[in-house]
Every structure is written in structure tokens, then in C-alpha cells.
Design a protein around this ligand. Sequence first.
Ligand code: AHR
Length: 477
Amino acid sequence: MLSRITLDTERTIGAIEPNLFGGFLEHMGRAIYGGIYEPGSPLADERGLRRDVLDALRELQPPVIRYPGGNFLSGYHWLDGVGPRAQRPRRRELAWQSVETNQFGANEFIAFCRALGTQPMLGVNLGTGTIEEAAALVEYCNAPTGTHYADLRAAHGHPEPHGVRYWCLGNEMDGPWQIGHLEMDEYARKAREAAKLMRWQDPAIQLIVCGSSNSQMPTYPEWDRVALETCWELVDYLSMHYYAGNRDGDTASYLALAAQFEAHVDTLAGTLRYVQAKRRSKHRVYLAWDEWNVWYKARTMQGGWTEAPHLIEEIYNLEDALVVAQWLSVFLRRCNVLKIACLAQLVNIIAPILTTPSGLLRQTIFYPLQLFRRYASGMALDALVRAPSYETAQFGAMPLLDVSASYNAETRTSAVFIVNRSQRETLPIEVNWQSADRSGAPASIETVIQLAGHDPKAANIFDQPDTIRPVRLDPLP
Ligand code: AHR
């Protein structure tokens, strides 16, 4: 059967925010130390930033990066990580049972972001931290000099405010594993008060309130409703997290996970609408999927009280890359409500980039991230897809094709992103342009790029780094 994708540049879903292609870096394992930061390495610049890692990250161009955690955040006191390095404390870090040297902190992270041309998204500790400490960090980062914390920043070598726009109100506070975990009412009230003080410090900031840690939590989506009802006018985004995996070795269902990702967004979009209506509010709150990725194979999470231990260094294969590609398509198909997404994480920890002291590897999932970032822009199009279906244990009948598309009226370019879920068949596809005046129909095809292989479990490794990589096919006539 011939599959058909029908597109109309006037049938749009919404604007694609570049922030949908953001990332996340946590003080965990080798994400920071030995990942982006390795002073003394021949690969590092004068600030200790790994030049090869910066170059690889530039290929992904994350417009925003969330930092410093993650579970780490809930035991972290930001003052430990600023000021003269020799005076910074070495601490036992409880979330990952590692030693934190604090040689890298907020100012180093902001310098890293500037080097990359990305915006920082900072989290405040609502586990062991206080609302006063959260507001003080906003003053430290964003206030003009003349008061205590802004002057401290200047004394640390940064007279100009950093102007940090995005702020997370804690991390996964619904999870019993979280340092200082709170019940939903407790979290909602603490987040509201922190938000109030942080906004008084800087009314221009954008705030992200913690939603549920994943859609299987017993308190999902009640937690989200309570957090939203309590904080509505003070926040701009509700966070969502999810890690996917092929735990049962059921590749057919795994390759259909887009259905679950969409249901997750739709449930929370409904919750947002409900709370907005209940509060009789004109204020809009959007979704920030600020931790997402495949993660199920690497489970070493305790560092044995060492510095920069090897933790959750997941190896990614072809089927993982195809799930990541579909996830990015879901971001486009739901971009009317989803405005931020941060891949968790960027380097070494469940990441598209793995480092050694002498080099780095681009894992399979690097490539869908790179391609979507490069080609998806403007408006997401509502594609009409006709394709044969196949049976999955988890979702019943699913179409063999997963599709998203974009159209940028300024550059007059389109992109169509297609995942073939079949493990056996190639699928002939016709792409049909339907715009009434045909103004949006492409005059030519610039490029066709394919990421494919014969073995769903094929991975890139240091000895064979190019097993799975995109291949440019001849443009069609
Ligand atoms: O990204 C790894 C961990 O996963 C984060 O620290 C936490 O927020 C999540 O559970």
C-alpha cells in the first residue's frame, strides 16, 4: 500500500519555539567534571571548558540549558559554588553519593552558556533550601550592584548582572527519592512563596513549577493540579519529566511510544485548561518537558563517595534514536502547548555525547537531535497521514509511520520528519502539498537525509563511531 502524507502550509498547529531543543546538565557523574569541564586537559580552553565538547554541542545548538540538577539540586547550596575556588567546600553529595568539589558553580555555568550561545535555566533548591536562599540567588544573578548579593557577584568578578530569564522551582519534589521530598500541598505552598520572593527580586523572570516526575506516579496528575491551582498567576510553565525504555524487549511497542508521549502532554494540557477556567484567569501557563530521554539500561546511580564517578552512561542504539526522533515529532505536533523541552542530559550522563580524556563519541541519538534542530522552524504543520497499521502489545493497532512537518514563511522552507516503525519493510510514501494557492508547496527538494540500519540494537562505539549516522540521499527529481 502506498502511504500518503498530505500537507497544507495554512493548516498549522502553532509556532515552534526554539526552546523545544534545549538540554540539561546536572552535577552528577561525569556530566560537568570530565564532561564539559576538565581543567588541565589538552582539550580544554583557559577556562577549563572542553573545546571538543563545546564544538559538538554547537552542532546541537541547544537554545537553553537547565542546571544544576536534577536530584542534585535538592541538596545544593549555591553559595558553595561561587567565589574563590580554593575556599569552596568539598561536600558529600547525597543524591548520587558522590564527592562534590564545587570547583564549577553558577558563574562558571553562565560562562559556559555564553561560550555556547545558549541561555541558562537555573534551578533553586526547594528540598533543603529556603525561599530566602532562592530569592538571594535571583538577586546574585540579576540585580544591579548596590546590595549584598549583587555586590558579592561583582566581588566575584561579574559587575554586570547575568540576566538569567528561566528559573525552575525545585526538582521532582513529588518523588520520595528526592532530598527533602514534600507532600503536594506543602510543595505548592513553598513554590508559591519562593516564586513570590523571586519575582519581587526580578519581575522579568519566567518560572517553571514542578509537575509530576512521570506519568506513572500515584499522585499524577493531581499533584500537577494542586501545584497549578496554588501558583497559577505566579508561574509560566509546568514541568513534566519522562524517561522511556524498551524494558520488555518489545520493539514493536517501543517504536510506538509517541502515542504515550502525546497522551502525557494531552492530560497536562487538559489540567492547564481546567485550572485556568477554575481560576477565571486570563494568564496562560505552558508546558516545559524539562527532562526527557531514553534511559533504562545503565542503572549505576551511586558514586561510592568518589569525584566524578561513571554513572548512568547509557549506550544508545538505533531503536533508541528512532524513539528520540518520534519524541521530537511529538514536540512539533503539540507545540501549541509545549514551549520548552530539555534533553536529559547532554554529556556522559544519559547523553548524546560521551567523552574520554582524549576525545568524544556522538551516540545514535545525537543525530535526530541535530536534524530537528537544524531543519524544524517556523510553524508546525498538521500533517494528514495515511499509512498501513501494525499490531503492538501496548497500544493496539498503530500506523507504521510517525510524521511531523514544519514551514518557515520567512525562509520559505519546509521540513518533513518521518519515522518508519516497521522492522522489516521499506514503505513507499507520497508527499502531497495541498495549499490552496500552492504558495507553500516546495519548488524543489533541497535534501533528503536518512538515519537507518538493519539492526535495531546497533550502536556507535569508540572503535566504530559511524555505525549509525545520517546519510544524505540524492534529492528527488
Ligand atoms: O537525569 C537524571 C535524574 O533523573 C535527575 O537527577 C532527576 O531529576 C531524574 O529523576
